[in-house]
Design a protein around this ligand. Structure first.
Ligand code: SAH
Length: 380
């Protein structure tokens, strides 16, 4: 399926509940048009932008710089919506996971990962995923639909609410970085992801710098080019294998965009130089892709790309067909890469006890339905 057909087939529902239109997720121009339609001057749109994205207001009544009559008018026809929180979980290591529910009942997860020198919010782009990577739990969930720009943005706005991180200019915030690494393939939902990221990066609002945003893709080659040119965020590529033969199995998207094409587009990714490298994610699967020969081939493959490799110990999930590589195999693999002059940190799994680690996300409702199914099957 083409990316355009995919976007049309999996489009999010219209963003109005009880006839009230959500203002979150509109571009600056979109917001200006909305306000102009109410017969208001353009500077009101700028004020609203600041209330929504700088102050984090969720209620028009808070917007004291707007006339009372306008506040009342807006409250009748519009809203500033957050996703509903279906469940919050906290790991013993400080990681937090939110299961969010949208008005049509669909759900996704987002994860906050605190570290010593920064805090990262991991955001989802789709309900489920069509890529069916064999080692990924989300891939076992049927793709239900793309998220709208509002639903993508809503994940960060809600995390900021929960952590008390408004206004945007406040210092010492916990969420400093954002990664599009949750459920879904962000580049199969490019338009909505791009709109959300542009709003997030707007300096008069949330104002997260593109240097602190990383988009992870399994390798949707044509959209990678666009992402670099239009958004300029950091890129992470889920590589996981050094031959087409193996990558075809692990990441079926490789059959459409094989390694040579993928690496060619990485070489041309705008802004890539030594200070701004592309991250290559490599999940460590025992006896599958973790041999010293694999490590040497990986170093050769990336030798002419400013690259950083993230070695991700495989995070298990119920019924997964793989095991994590041994500690010794991971250490040996990393040593070979270091000797070849590559940066290759091993990613510490975070939030494993609450199924919040890489590749473990999947909506709880899906799990529940499956558990119910299993229980019923066992009873029958
Ligand atoms: N679709 C995008 C975004 C998902 S990011 C992508 O493929 O990049 C999530 C990262 O976790 C990807 O690198 C993915 O390959 C990796 N991953 C998936 N399942 C995993 C698992 N069980 N253990 C460790 N990493 C996993």
């Amino acid at each position: 399926m083409s990316r355009t057909a995919h976007a049309a087939q999996f489009a999010p529902p219209p963003d109005a509940v009880d006839g009230r239109r959500n203002l979150v997720g509109l571009s600056r121009e979109g917001l200006a048009a909305e306000i102009a339609a109410l017969g208001e001057p353009a500077f009101r749109a700028r004020q609203l932008w600041s209330w929504i994205y700088h102050r984090g207001a969720t209620d028009f009544a808070q917007m004291t710089s707007l006339a009372k009559t306008l506040r009342a008018k807006l409250a009748e026809s519009h809203e500033i919506r957050r996703p509903e929180i279906a469940r919050t979980q906290a790991s013993t290591d400080g990681t937090r996971k939110w299961l969010l529910r949208f008005p049509d009942g669909q759900e996704v997860e987002s994860v906050f990962i605190p570290e010593e020198d920064r805090g990262t919010l991991c955001v989802s782009s789709q309900v489920g995923c069509t890529l069916t990577c064999r080692f990924c739990h989300t891939g076992t969930q049927r793709l239900v639909r793309n998220l709208s720009a509002a639903e993508i943005l809503g994940q960060l706005m809600l995390a900021r609410d929960a952590l008390g991180e408004w206004p945007s200019s406040s210092r010492g915030r916990l969420i400093t970085n954002l990664v599009m690494m949750g459920m879904g393939e962000p580049l199969y939902n490019y338009e909505n992801v791009a709109q959300a990221l542009k709003i997030l990066m707007d300096g008069e609002g949330i104002g997260i710098s593109k240097r602190r945003i990383t988009l992870s893709t399994a390798g949707v080659v044509p959209a990678m080019r666009r992402c670099g040119e239009e958004l300029g965020v950091n890129l992470a590529v889920s590589l996981h294998a050094v031959t087409d033969e193996l990558r075809d199995q692990l990441v079926p998207l490789n059959r459409k965009y094989p390694l040579a094409e993928l690496l060619a587009v990485c070489r041309g990714y705008p802004g890539t130089h030594n200070a701004r490298r592309i991250t290559f994610e490599y999940v460590m699967l025992r006896d599958v892709n973790d041999s010293p020969a694999d490590a040497r081939a990986l170093a050769r493959l990336l030798r002419d790309i400013p690259a950083k490799i993230n070695l991700i110990p495989f995070n298990p999930w119920p019924g997964a067909p793989y095991e994590c590589s041994t500690k010794a195999a991971i250490a040996r693999f990393a040593d070979i890469l270091h000797d070849a002059g590559l940066t290759a940190p091993v990613r510490t799994p975070r939030g494993q006890d609450i199924m919040a680690a890489c590749g473990q996300l999947k909506s709880a409702s899906e799990r529940l339905r499956k558990t119910e199914r299993d229980t019923r099957a066992a009873e029958a």
